[in-house]
Design a protein around this ligand. Structure first.
Ligand SMILES: Cc1ncc(COP(=O)(O)O)c(C=O)c1O
Length: 451
């Protein structure tokens, strides 16, 4: 019988040809670090709803969902039509246009803290802008971020504490850059309060469900603690809703957890599957971008902002169509119901087959634990309510699990994924069947017990 890897190789010969070409073009043959995969990544040709098809004709239930951009699934008709109509009118006017205005108004209607908004071209640019606004507004330099929380790839936020270093560090960024960055463990209210007590911190930035789209869950009570401690010390609270915005609720994590930040950053769903981002929040902070009849302000205090593709007409049209659909209701709920069906189904499957695995979810975001053997904690229902940190998928199992799932028609985002309102019961049931087959394969190769 062919091994899991041999089956993967046989099913993905066309992707291999592209991957060999790509290695002569791109470092590691890829265009985003997360897409690196051995022996080679799959090459996808088209997608619709919750499904996508690769160049070898294999079909997958997709849990990457455009890195979380596609709450409404692939190619939702209303979004495609809006983008196509905009394309026909021109891709870039180099001028203000009604589409950006309608999109901006829609953002302000949906985001609880939104009093003013400025569009960017990505989530990375949004967090960069939010931090700059906070520094300009407070006249302070220091920024607090939490260990492993991801806010894109600009210089400040890529600083990480490694190997017990006291200072953050990142290859390619001057050491001095991190004089003004403090990295704290999330959930540690005392550490946060003592760092803020110095009153030299411009902003605290956080992923509201915990690091890496909640792979390391964080209690919502910590968001309330950040809100309180930042308000007491004149610090700007930035909720990075690039993943959670318009997903956890129509008004994102802020609405779901009832916590109002000063600024929030958005991208992904915001732009309907096209490139785009924004910073929104308190008028007095976002207005640091405002030009005034005051040279001293304009030259000495104002934050400048450019960006060729900010709020371009095609992105604006797609984003507006997506946000209107979400605001109309039912989309976040359908996506969440799909994730719930999946997580309950996977936990039942692991229990029934005696596999050391479990799954949990926050809204339409879900994660997986898997070990070779032993006992695995399972949530009592959907959210991770176990006292200890979820162990994730054992390092030695990640790649074989993904080969096996590819072989059985499932594409994960890292070791979990996102559901969309396009995921049907049949998509979820096919996924659970795919997992059933995959754990049988892992067992046959002696990689896990049970199965
Ligand atoms: C929480 C968070 N912030 C910021 C970003 C960066 O967004 P972008 O990839 O659009 O630059 C991401 C991307 O995944 C993210 O998950």
């Amino acid at each position: 019988m062919a091994s899991i890897l041999e089956t993967f190789e046989a099913l993905h010969a066309g992707s291999r040809t592209y991957a060999e070409r790509a290695r002569r073009v791109f470092p590691s043959g890829i265009t985003h670090d997360i897409r690196v995969f051995a022996p080679w990544p799959i090459y996808v040709e088209r997608a619709a709803g919750a499904r996508k098809w690769d160049v070898d004709g294999n079909e997958y239930v997709d849990y990457i969902g455009g890195h979380g951009s596609l709450l409404l699934g692939h190619n939702r008709a209303e979004i495609v039509e809006a983008a196509q109509a905009a394309l026909g009118r021109g891709t870039h006017f180099g001028s203000s246009h009604e589409g950006e205005l309608a999109w901006g108004e829609q953002v302000l209607r949906m985001v609880p803290c939104g009093e003013r908004v400025r569009f960017t071209s990505s989530g990375t640019e949004a967090t960069m802008m939010a931090l700059r606004l906070a520094r300009a507004y407070t006249g302070r330099e220091r920024v607090i971020k939490f260990a492993e929380h991801f806010h894109g790839w600009h210089d400040l936020v890529v600083g990480r504490l490694q190997h017990d270093e006291a200072r953050p560090h990142a290859v390619g960024v001057p050491e001095g850059f991190y004089d003004s960055l403090t990295v704290l463990p999330d959930g540690d209210e005392a550490a946060l309060r003592s760092a803020l007590a110095v009153r030299d911190v411009a902003a605290v930035i956080v992923e509201p469900t915990g690091a890496h789209w909640g792979t390391h869950p964080m209690a919502a009570s910590f968001l309330r603690a950040i809100r309180e401690a930042t308000a007491e010390t004149g610090t700007v609270f930035i909720m990075d809703e690039v993943i959670t915005g318009f997903r956890l609720a129509v008004g994102g994590a802020s609405e779901r957890y009832g916590v109002m930040p000063d600024l929030s950053t958005h991208a992904k769903i915001l732009a309907g599957g096209l490139p785009g981002g924004c910073v929104t929040g308190r008028e007095d902070i976002v207005s640091m971008l405002e030009m005034r009849e005051d040279t001293e302000w304009n030259d000495g205090r104002r934050v400048s902002h450019q960006g060729t593709f900010n709020a371009n007409p095609v992105t604006a049209a797609a984003g507006l169509a997506a946000l209107r659909l979400i605001a109309a209701g039912g989309e976040t709920e359908r996506a969440e119901a799909a994730a719930a069906r999946l997580v309950r189904g996977l936990n039942a499957l692991f229990a029934e087959r005696g596999v050391a695995g479990s799954a949990w979810t926050v809204s339409s975001i879900w994660h997986l634990n898997l070990a070779a053997s032993g006992e695995m904690a399972r949530p009592s229902d959907l959210e991770w309510d176990v006292a200890s940190e979820p162990p994730g998928v054992s390092a030695s199992l990640v790649t074989p699990l993904k080969w096996a799932l590819f072989n059985h028609g499932v594409d994960l985002m890292n070791t979990g994924g996102m559901t969309s309102s396009a995921h049907t019961d049949a998509d979820i049931d096919d996924t659970i069947a795919g997992f059933g087959a995959a754990i049988g394969d892992l067992r046959a190769e002696g990689l896990i017990s049970g199965g």
